[in-house]
Design a protein around this ligand. Sequence first.
Ligand code: FES
Length: 580
Amino acid sequence: MSKKINLRSTAWFGTSDKNGFMYRSWMKNQGIPDHEFDGRPIIGICNTWSELTPCNSHFRKIAEHVKKGVLEAGGYPVEFPVFSNGESNLRPTAMFTRNLASMDVEEAIRGNPIDGVVLLTGCDKTTPALLMGAASCDIPTIVVTGGPMLNGKHKGKDIGAGTIVWQMNEDLKAGKITLNEFLSAESGMSRSVGTCNTMGTASTMACMAEALGTSLPHNAAIPAVDSRRYVLAHLSGSRIVDMVKEDLRLSHILTKEAFENAIKVNAAIGGSTNAVIHLKAIAGRIGVDLNLEDWSRVGRGMPTIVDLQPSGRFLMEEFYYSGGLPAVIRRMGEANLLPHPKALTVNGKSIWDNCHNSPIYNDEVIRKIENPINKDGGMCILHGNLAPKGAVLKPSAATPELMKHRGRAVVFEDFDDYKAKIDDPNLDVDETCILVLKNVGPKGYPGMAEVGNMGLPPKILAKGVTDMVRISDARMSGTAYGTVVLHVAPEAMAGGPLAAVKNGDFIELDAYAGKLNLEITDEELTLRLQHLKESSNEINNNISGGYRNLYINHVLQADEGCDFDFLVGCRGSDIPRHSH
Ligand code: FES
């Protein structure tokens, strides 16, 4: 080490007193020799491995490669587990435990002898949860995601994880396929470890981590089982040691400029609406002021140039083979569409230095700016008397003709009500109606489930109609599609106007103008909300204690990132007191 650096870990291992004895001695029971405590950087490997999170089930192997890199660069790796919130198994929704995981990460980093940390993330919520926790500590941090799974295969064709389920389920309900045909796709969808291979939330958040500058170039797209994923893990392990020596902390990278780059990249890749919530939450932890208007101001006008499902045709394997995210950033920069080319990344170079020469191998997958799959891919942020604090619609997943639409509301009071009625042939609905789902927001579900892309009534599907306007306070899976208005804030359970919508009301959506309005007078709206107040209080008082109680009482609304009110902010890495 050429320059003397102040390591956090010396507060544990660097003294010759009783405390130093105790801290070192217990660590030595793992076979660590004396010389490893000579003041070298201690690198935490924050692992979300779990057999219940199949997308992250290969992370022990990734951790081994990170360790090799750390050792090679003169650091000492220590792997530790944190709560693994896997999307596919966890109920009520992995979003319910995102903040819990972030608390685990924050306290594990701050309370332990760690000088820098490698975050092993993959499945949807693991990336934001770990970045949120690390941002609240602000030590040198690098993200290694697990990579997407191989392309799914069914009847000789590629199928995308998640997206195929929505498609085939609608075909089943429309009577186009049998149950046996539906189930026959199950084994071919998930053929390897790794995250969903569409541009769903996991791939989006991996791209966001790379666009923010928190991971090495190409991290987002290398397939989970490609040997280059393990090379990247190795290199990340080496790099974090140097980041500690350079004191290159997360706050140097997660600047407002980095978030603006990420918003623009999200439009270019046709990324998930969930990114709107997660980026806000991460920004809040590092002290960057990000709001919904930034998505309109920065993101609108950026064409979607990555032709991946669910907005387009291909999958993450093709994305990597075509050049991955650096190729997208090159396209953006060459068209002057990268807002902040000088933004710093974890390798110490700017994002433009990293990407300006990146090869682009396939113009169909990573299209030229002048040949996009959607001319204006940025998120539509909507406001109006139905969403005073905003709502979100993803235009690249929507039907252009429905982006401006007026229709009669068909209302479901909650998800159970929706399930009970949607298949009823007597449901009073046609394809011009707007489906409205209430009480599926952060407090209402609780956890803001991914049910906003509610399936259409079978009698509408049978006509060959594949999309209708849908409005809710829920989220939508990043693998889903449709003209779906999401994240309505405030949510119904928090007394938002969504709660007041009745069957037969008319709603006007104008996504181009950013408007979402319920066609009733202000007086009528106030009266209806007043009437609902008592019953919603009854529901709020009827919570069952435990984490659920903490969640409902402290979760912020969608426009504020759904973080807990008491977790927003950077609390730094000051070393807690000795316990002995
Ligand atoms: Fe884990 Fe999709 S379920 S990434």
